[in-house]
Write a protein of this length. Structure first.
Length: 166
């Protein structure tokens, strides 16, 4: 079993898509470890604020299979396949870490935005503060402590996930 960490972001009907994204990931991956939900300003374009979080899970799927699963979940939640990189998102799921894998294909791991996007690094530092980034060999907590917190505006929000039906 591989331990994976996933970035979830949305700024189109964000509350609905956070709930749907987490539910879909749970349906496919089982038990999840959830960070708090954060609100942040759009990065790279002028747009409405995003809701973001990081999710931990275990899987027997390969990196390529995980990536394909995320693309399918995104599409099932209204994500446009040919959407511009910096644009509104109904649901954006990115594989951040797959154990300690360092690779370029089928995707780049660890995901580069861990080091430069507060909406990825802060929730990741909450979930695995003492784990080491496989390339820079610093803990996620120390990376967050060193991060220029004035460069991006992000704040935790109260978010209630619906209780599962009995």
């Amino acid at each position: 079993m591989a331990r994976i960490y996933i970035s979830l972001g949305t700024n189109v009907e964000p509350e609905r898509h956070v709930i749907a994204g987490v539910a879909d990931l749970q349906r496919h991956l089982g038990a999840l470890q959830l960070s708090r939900v954060f609100e942040s300003e759009a990065v790279g374009f002028n747009g409405t604020n995003f809701l973001n979080m990081v999710i931990g899970a275990e899987t027997e799927l390969s990196i390529a299979e995980v990536n394909a699963l995320f693309k399918q979940i995104e599409q099932d939640n209204g994500r446009q396949v040919q959407a511009k990189k910096f644009s509104p998102r109904s649901l954006d799921l990115d594989l951040l870490l797959y154990d300690d894998a360092v690779c370029q294909l089928p995707i780049v791991l660890p995901r580069g935005e861990i080091l430069y996007n507060a909406f990825v690094l802060w929730p990741l530092a909450e979930l695995i503060p003492n784990e080491l980034h496989p390339l820079v060999k610093k803990t996620y907590l120390s990376l967050w402590d060193e991060f220029d917190k004035q460069s991006q505006h992000i704040w935790p929000i109260a978010f209630d996930f619906p209780q599962p039906e009995p």
